[in-house]
Design a protein around this ligand. Structure first.
Ligand code: MSP
Length: 503
């Protein structure tokens, strides 16, 4: 995204499957989206942030059956857990859609009818591999040791199905990709995807008739393939003409996804959208430009637990609710945003967690706040001093300095900008020793130092607000919720950061 771009932003998380409870991967996506949303809002951009739950398909039906409850009971129960997680993590979603809602089902049926009308759908028989866990079809060439590339088990399927003419899109899609190099972040993953498409796309089975937990296709005994159903949540949620115009037609659309679901978002989704604009005879790059020229797929890596893939069977999953209860929300948000090089995998260990929080938040930013506010209360009458002073720290606008990093999704480096600035402010404390200045009667000089340090803290709490909303609220309260200026009265300082248990 470039700095001149002032369009509204529509940011989405994937909609989460409700066959299990939320884990750290889900929390991560939602926190990244929340961080970006808060940042864009701070920059004055109008932003709409959407999340929700993906509730149809064979996987959900099978899980409900195993639990001895109906699919909708399972969905109601687990969708509520995902919604509650969002609240617990202080995520500001503008809407939370469930694919079992009427507004969604009606919308998908309408889109299906348009795809049929545009002659993209035909009836046939599917013979091939399917993974229920991934809810995905795989080509013979992709099967490794009898498993899907993701490692999920696959089964052979032979059933009547409706096909979407995906194969017709291969060349046009590749041509469009070439014109739109920023479509998928990061670049390396985009290249992998292009190689997959270059191998030739096959028609996609978009209906199932061997189970019934899905959106019924009118006048048939089929239900919609769960990915066709799910992807349209990104439009069905914009359920008034105004919302659709502001946050789809006129907006920059950013779909935040994990690396495992890029194919669905960067191949199926744009082709479905382009297919709504044309017929097989009129297919062209323009159809893609019109339908998705404003869209970007932003993908992140996976969280590993002590170096291994998280899985229930290994018992090494990290529960975001437990973690938040143990350490507090800001620490969890900070670590998840700061640790990975965004786009790559990252490793969750208690040691990593403790060392980042202690070294970067408690010892650097926390220490700066503690020392500065203590002196401001003791020696500056709990007021931002009235002095005229110049200093390089006063020249800095941290939000502006972070901006280029955030625009490139280098989130860890954006936070590092704040840490480097805080370190410089701590150096100023060491060098100017304001406590000694006050002691030896050099009040003016002491006040100058405190003024600079208070300014630095103010900058830090604003710049870091999208990551640490609780810290921001605490420090804003010390500044009486006022803008930075001489004469502002300072409230007593609560504990800036709690120490964390290292065991
Ligand atoms: N329901 C589909 C998405 C449909 S969007 C139209 C789905 N759901 S999911 O619940 O299985 O996964 C949701 C997201 O969580 C995905 O982006 C996935 O990459 C992410 N993660 C799942 N495990 C993860 C980690 N261990 N680490 C980071 N993210 C991971 O796919």
């Amino acid at each position: 995204m470039n700095s001149q771009d002032n369009r509204n932003i529509f940011l989405t998380t994937p909609i989460y499957y409700v066959n299990g409870s939320p884990h750290i991967g889900h929390a991560y996506t939602s926190i990244v989206g929340d961080f970006l949303t808060r940042f864009y809002r701070q920059q004055g951009r109008k932003t709409y942030y959407l999340s929700g739950t993906d509730e149809h398909g064979q996987k959900i039906a099978q899980t409900a059956e195993k639990e001895g409850i109906s699919p909708i009971e399972l969905c109601d129960r687990n969708s509520a857990l995902f919604r509650a997680l969002g609240e617990r993590l202080n995520i500001q979603f503008d809407d939370f859609i469930r694919t079992t809602e009427k507004r969604h089902k009606d919308y998908v049926v309408k889109m299906w009818e348009r795809l049929v009308q545009n002659e993209w759908i035909y009836k046939g028989t599917y013979n091939g591999w399917y993974s229920v866990r991934d809810e995905a079809f795989y080509d013979e060439s992709e099967i490794v040791d009898g498993k899907a590339p993701s490692g999920s088990p696959v089964e052979w399927k032979e059933e009547e199905t409706y096909f979407f003419k995906l194969s017709a899109f291969t060349d046009t899609l590749l041509e469009w990709y070439e014109q739109y190099p920023g479509f998928v972040f990061p670049h390396g993953r985009f290249n992998e995807l292009k190689s997959f498409v270059k191998g030739g796309l096959r028609d996609l089975s978009v209906s199932r008739c061997t189970f019934s937990w899905g959106i019924p296709i009118p006048d048939t005994n089929h239900v919609m393939y769960v990915w066709l159903d799910a992807l349209f949540n990104y439009q069905s949620a914009l359920d008034t003409p105004e919302k659709f115009k502001h946050f789809w037609t006129d907006a920059k659309v950013m779909h935040l996804v994990g690396k495992d679901i890029i194919r669905f978002h960067a191949v199926y989704w744009p082709t479905f959208l382009a297919a709504l604009e044309c017929t097989p005879d009129t297919l062209s790059v323009q159809a893609f430009n019109k339908a998705c020229g404003h869209m970007q797929i932003v993908s992140h890596g996976w969280w590993l637990s002590n170096g291994e893939k998280m899985s229930k069977s290994l018992g090494n999953t990290v529960d975001p609710v437990e973690l938040t209860e143990k350490y507090g929300l800001d620490y969890v948000r900070y670590f998840l945003l700061r640790e990975p090089s965004f786009g790559s995998d990252a490793n969750f260990t208690n040691e990593n967690f403790a060392s980042r929080i202690t070294g970067e938040l408690i010892n650097n930013i926390g220490n700066l706040c503690q020392r500065t506010f203590t002196l401001a209360h003791k020696s500056c009458a709990s007021t931002v001093p009235s002095v005229k002073v110049s200093h390089p720290l006063l020249e800095v606008n941290l939000e502006e300095e972070m901006k280029p990093f955030i625009e490139d999704f280098r989130l860890n480096q954006a936070l590092e900008v704040v840490l480097t600035y805080a370190s410089k402010a701590n150096e100023l404390v060491q060098e100017s020793k304001p406590w000694a200045l006050f002691k030896t009667g050099e009040q003016q000089k002491g006040e100058e130092a405190i003024f600079i340090l208070l300014y630095a803290i103010y900058q830090i709490k604003e710049a870091i607000a999208p990551a640490l909303p609780e810290f921001h609220a605490r420090i804003s309260n010390v500044f009486n919720n006022e803008s930075f200026a001489s004469g502002v009265k300072l409230n007593p300082l609560p504990k800036v950061f709690e120490q964390i248990a290292t065991s």
